[in-house]
Design a protein around this ligand. Sequence first.
Ligand SMILES: Nc1ncnc2c1ncn2[C@@H]1O[C@H](COP(=O)(O)OP(=O)(O)OP(=O)(O)O)[C@@H](O)[C@H]1O
Ligand SMILES: [Mg+2]
Length: 260
Amino acid sequence: MRLVQVEHLSKIYGHRLNRVAALNDLSFHVDAGEFVGIMGPSGAGKSTLLNLIATLDTPTMGDVWVAGESLSHLSEAAAARYRRETLGFIFQTFNLLPDLTVADNITLPLTFVPPRPKDLAARLQSVATLLGLNNLLTRYPDQLSLGQRQRVTAARAVITQPKLILADEPTGSLDSMAATELLQYLTKLNLEADVTLMMVTHDAFTASFCNRIIFIRDGAYFAEVTRHGSRQAFFNSIIDMEATINGGGRRRGAADSNQP
Ligand SMILES: Nc1ncnc2c1ncn2[C@@H]1O[C@H](COP(=O)(O)OP(=O)(O)OP(=O)(O)O)[C@@H](O)[C@H]1O
Ligand SMILES: [Mg+2]
């Protein structure tokens, strides 16, 4: 089933001499259950794309359909509801509230659609278990490692049971151990919580946890690479495609240098 359809999407910023086509007739789709990576050079339009899918910005032309709904036809109220109920967000910086405990940060999005208290406790429990946060629920964000903070962000993104999680460089602030751990948890969310993920990353190792990578350049679709075999083989094809998109030759490395 198609969850996300990006149709001839263009986004022009500025005008006249300052005109920048951040996206230029971009089309692709994502099926429910996928873990898709979005890659491409800096300025390719990756964040713009996520912002349009998130309805945080409006396209100049084209449209995005999510779960059969055209985003450009949503009223303000419907867009707010779509963001709250259909989407979860994970960004590079954690945006956790320092004065709230881990538990309260995770359940914050439910403030707007409160389930019954018993359900709330059960949901918190299951999400905390899924993300390995059970022992940290009463701590405050500044008492956590960066990797743990990002797992709290992931828990907060998934507590509303969204169909789609949008992640922009979620491992960007993490060292490779914490990044690997987060990616394993995101894979678990994808497989066990039945969440579709779209993740922007510039890092081939991070991308190798996805099942498919869409490469964009100059705001347009460039190519895609689908995982068929091992993660190492997938990593190698991602590196090869990066070399092609950059027009240079980057050496292959090991996808699992910090992992047995
Ligand atoms: N609000 C804005 N006003 C004007 N130009 C913008 C705006 N936002 C983005 N752009 C331009 O649109 C293009 C795409 O930007 P975008 O942030 O989507 O790139 P990106 O692929 O996410 O890059 P990076 O990998 O560096 O994060 C860039 O040329 C950028 O300068
Ligand atoms: Mg960006």
